[in-house]
Ligand binder design. Structure first.
Ligand code: FEO
Length: 404
């Protein structure tokens, strides 16, 4: 087989042999405008070991990169850290191509791989936190349930002081560079936060436990090799620290105002409410849904202390794009938010009340009753918008304090 794709050396024993997906724009509902990578790694011990695979469509890219280092048939072991199809879609085809002697996964991974691929071959469960040797190298795998699925685990290669962290510490970002230290800080921060907000936010408690496990390894980690985005070979503490901050979900003096509009009234209200909060010293992100998608909203909510949601009433209900965002945010379980609902209506006026109920259901502390304006706001309506913005800002400053 010719090898149009090359492996990238990561450490003494490890090569990156993953795939770059330049074209993905939607990852199960999360907009990935900068693409993604599916990282897999080849460990060249006495016997080669493959760590994870890639999405089904990228099997040839993976095999090509592996073949640039070693004969495919020389791979003796395969460790699957996470069963989601972006890391295992090509597993059956890869197993057929390399024919490894043994395949390993977490106990939950053994079940998940069985339920996905119904393969007629043994997958060996790895014992949590118990060191083992493969190819003359020393590994320890740790279960990290719900970061991101119940089967997830991370695997530490002691010889290279390197952590294979599967979805942990990753991001959806396709670039020609493989290492975080080659990329702009702003890019890393933006895409890292977006990934955390849209994938890991509901599992923040489990993330905190993962960070404790990493810290309790009791060893220096020189490299973190996630299954998406850049590899960390310098400053691993930086990504660990960011994940710690995001998992803590401490509210800041920042408000997100998200809404859609039919004839412009809810848009006017959102902008006036936003300016009123800004006048009170709150950082405001105004997010009309004609310009922003649900993933962008979730990203801004990650470090916000307030969430205000507006809708026109349409057919006795909430505008569809607003309902979409509320459903999405509810699933992500953001914590420590206060906020309010607002909207405009013609005759029945259920929209803002339904948004209010949805926010209450998300355990958002409601600062005021929903502000519902008939047709088009007049000067009294604008005053009501300013009052709502000022009330939310005042409560936010009370909760967060003046320092943030
Ligand atoms: Fe990248 Fe949970 O899969």
């Amino acid at each position: 087989m010719s090898s149009p794709f090359e492996a990238v050396k990561v450490s003494e024993h490890v090569y990156w042999v993953g795939a770059i997906d330049w074209s993905i724009t939607d990852f199960h509902g999360y907009s990935t405008r900068r693409g993604s990578t599916y990282n897999a790694y080849l460990v060249m011990g006495d016997d080669p070991i493959l760590i994870d695979t890639v999405k089904a469509a990228y099997k040839d890219e993976l095999l090509s990169r592996v073949a640039s280092v070693t004969d495919l048939k020389s791979i003796r072991y395969l460790i699957s850290n996470h069963s989601e199809p972006d890391h295992t879609g090509s597993l059956p085809a890869v197993l057929a191509a390399v024919e490894p002697e043994k395949v390993f996964a977490s106990p939950m991974g053994v079940k998940a791989l069985g339920a996905h691929y119904h393969m007629d071959r043994e997958i060996i469960p790895i014992k949590d936190a118990e060191p083992y040797e493969l190819g003359g190298l020393s590994f320890t795998s740790f279960e990290t349930r719900m970061v991101h699925w119940p089967d997830s685990m991370i695997t530490y290669l002691a010889d290279d002081r390197l952590l294979f962290s599967q979805d942990g510490f990753g991001m959806h970002l396709a670039t020609s560079d493989r290492f975080a230290d080659q990329m702009e800080d702003r890019l890393i921060f933006e895409e890292g936060a977006k990934y955390y907000a849209n994938i890991l936010l509901p599992y923040s408690n489990q993330v905190t436990r993962l960070l404790e496990k990493v810290s309790n390894l009791g060893v220096e980690i020189d490299l973190i090799c996630p299954d998406h985005g850049p590899i960390w070979r310098k400053g691993c503490d930086r990504i660990l620290g960011l994940w710690g901050e995001w998992a803590a979900q401490r509210p800041t003096k920042k408000a997100v105002v998200v809404y859609d509009t039919m004839w412009g009234s809810t848009d006017l209200m959102g902008r006036v409410i936003g300016e009123a909060m800004q006048a009170e010293g709150v950082a405001v992100e105004v997010m009309p849904l004609k310009a922003c998608d649900r993933a962008a909203v979730a990203t801004q909510v990650l470090d916000a202390g307030a969430l205000l949601v507006g809708t026109p009433t349409l057919n006795n209900g909430v505008f569809p794009t607003v309902a979409d965002v509320l459903t999405y945010l509810k699933g992500l379980k953001p914590k420590n938010l206060l906020g309010a609902a607002f909207g405009s209506y013609g005759w029945s006026g259920e929209g803002a009340k339904l948004v209010n109920e949805a926010l209450a259901d998300m355990k958002v502390e409601l600062v005021a009753d929903p502000l519902n304006i008939n047709y088009v706001p007049d000067e009294d309506g604008f005053d009501a918008c300013r009052s709502l913005g000022a009330a939310v800002a005042a409560r936010l400053k009370e909760v967060v304090g003046s320092g943030s």
